[in-house]
Design a protein around this ligand. Structure first.
Ligand SMILES: NC(=O)c1ccc[n+]([C@@H]2O[C@H](COP(=O)([O-])OP(=O)(O)OC[C@H]3O[C@@H](n4cnc5c(N)ncnc54)[C@H](OP(=O)(O)O)[C@@H]3O)[C@@H](O)[C@H]2O)c1
Length: 318
């Protein structure tokens, strides 16, 4: 398979490239940010998703069989403050990519998010109507709709959630700081593995219950989706929901760290103030049964994911 990946120097994208290499795919990665830190044995094509003509030209140049579109902006404050630019990158850029894929007959896997939901309904599935509570979720939901409305496009939406893992292409970019909502597991893993206290914010505005997802595991799900012929929405995230405190304890167990390092703390007031206009889904509990049936497996549960990740961590750092 000739595979084109956007966001290939990101956490998810680097795991897709790593796995696709093992599967003997020919790989092209659009590159926007810093140079990858690993050895590049695939094609790199500079691309800014705000440049829609360049998107079309790149897809026309490579004519891939499949495109996995991971690139996105994740900084909630940046998105909130720069809406037109982010809409151009995230929504218009995704539509331009989809049109280009349709024109060359490539299948498009669009990486979306559990944050298309509000986290207030007990259990949602692949066909539940979205109800985003922040601009990021609005943009993801808008792109999901755009793809469904584009005649002649072969596509699947792969929704992810709470990603943790190693960014193999750029380990120095690991997002180790505490923040509201995303990359919680990455922060806790790096702190506990280093024997440092990890604050677990328990106050308002936290995504308290989510489906932690190992990046290499969802990479497998997304590659399966790229080879699949089903259209529509697929839930490619970890198969178990868990709250933040329990997850921190699971991480401590997996990394043989001292659970006393886990510090339940009220959400930082300065961060709360900064984020006062930005909604955070509270409990994103979702079913992925239909996806597991279609793609031939379910993603890891919490213990399975952390066990696999501990192995990856030891292999990488030792
Ligand atoms: N992290 C999570 O917990 C989470 C949860 C649910 C869904 N998701 C979704 O999963 C996907 C991957 O997330 P991630 O955690 O891997 O994010 P990430 O590490 O921040 O990677 C995102 C990538 O987006 C690319 N990018 C940003 N602005 C761009 C622009 N203007 N033009 C072209 N490329 C641009 C960069 O690509 P380069 O490699 O080219 O520099 C960057 O590496 C995203 O679509 C995200 O919305 C993530």
């Amino acid at each position: 398979m000739k595979l084109y990946v956007t966001g290939g120097t990101g956490l998810v994208g680097s795991n897709i490239i790593r796995l696709a290499r093992e599967q003997d795919s020919e790989i092209i990665a659009a590159q926007y940010g810093p140079e990858p830190e690993w050895q590049v044995d695939y094609e790199l094509d500079p691309l800014n998703l705000a440049d829609h003509d360049a998107i079309r030209a790149s897809i026309q140049k490579f004519k891939p069989d499949a495109v996995i579109h991971c690139a996105a902006i994740l900084d909630q404050l940046f998105m909130f403050a720069n809406r037109e630019l982010c809409w151009s990158i995230m929504v218009d850029g995704t539509r331009a990519l989809a049109e280009a894929c349709r024109d060359v007959g490539a299948r498009l896997v669009f990486v979306s998010s559990d944050w298309v939901f509000d986290g207030r309904v007990e259990l949602v599935d692949e066909s539940s109507p979205p109800n985003p509570v922040n601009f990021y979720g609005v943009m993801k939901a808008a792109s999901e709709r755009d793809l469904g409305a584009l005649d002649g496009l072969d596509y699947g939406v792969g929704r992810l959630a709470g990603i943790y893992g190693l960014n193999y292409a750029a380990p120095s970019l690991a997002r180790k700081e505490n923040g509201l909502g995303f990359d919680f597991s990455v922060y806790v893993i790096y702190r506990l593995a280093a024997g440092l206290p990890a604050e677990v914010w328990t106050g308002p505005k936290v995504n308290d219950v989510a489906h932690p997802t190992l990046a290499s595991d969802c990479a497998d799900m997304l590659l399966r989706l790229a080879r699949h012929d089903g259209k529509g929405v697929f839930h490619c995230f970890g198969s178990e929901a868990i709250n933040r405190i329990d997850l921190a304890h699971e991480i401590a167990a997996a990394f043989e760290a001292d659970p006393a390092l886990i510090m339940p703390t009220r959400t930082d007031e300065a961060v709360l103030d900064e984020m006062r206009h930005i909604g955070i889904p509270y409990r994103t509990r979702m079913s992925a049964d239909r996806t597991a049936g279609a793609l031939g497996r379910r993603a890891f549960n919490v213990k399975e994911g952390l066990k696999a990740f501990r192995q990856e961590w030891d292999d990488f750092w030792n």
